[in-house]
Write a protein that binds this ligand. Sequence first.
Ligand code: SAH
Length: 246
Amino acid sequence: MTGVRRIFIDPQAISDGRIRFRPDQSHYLRRVLRLRAGEMVTGILEGEAQLELRIADPQVGWAEIVRWLPPPPEPPVRVHLYQGMVKGQKMTEIVRHCTELGAFAFHPLRTARCVVRLDPQSAVHRIQKWRKVAESASQQCGRGRIPAVHPPVSYAEGLEEACHCETVILAYEGDADLPIREVLKSPRRGSVALIVGPEGGFDAREVEMARSRGVSVVSLGKRILRAETVGPVLTALVMYAWGDLS
Ligand code: SAH
């Protein structure tokens, strides 16, 4: 089993037709992929190119660029997931699955019913961890870019920001205004914000605030889904309707 032979490359890592890997990347190439000198790996230069690389010296972490190819295509719709903060492992799952499905960015939200409260230092650690998860999921699934993971913001700030997207959807298991199917009947949108609650859901004031901003408050059917199920389901539905999942 050789694993996935793809790795994201920092633009500064290129010089003279060669790539110098970061220490964590050298470790990954040597210890996880077990690549030896002369073996090939694909380097992804975000949004720019796909590089065929020949490992020169896996000890030191150099590779030669053999060929420049166009970057892997990205979905035609940008999905921003505004996710009420859920417990650690669940957030990791959400980031992993939604990255595979093509999400563009993650915006953790502090909402009224969040049980997770991170002090600034743990927030920094968590974000770093989720960024790593987004990077390895992107490598694994062959994305052309790594979705951004933004620092947590308050519900009000997140809502404000989300409203810059062409379509804004809040998932509500209570008294929703319309089924998701109705929203997805519109012609393709370039950017979509998905707002999903934490384990305890949104409180009525939060839903009202979104409604008053013109957000579509949608239902995903009669069953209550777990918080970590909803982001991936909505991302998949949006990708099916407006993206490249077909
Ligand atoms: N408060 C609820 C569950 C919240 S589920 C309870 O404990 O009974 C977590 C989040 O998933 C919700 O805030 C909502 O955004 C989303 N969600 C779950 N089921 C849903 C459904 N059937 N339709 C729309 N959104 C749903």
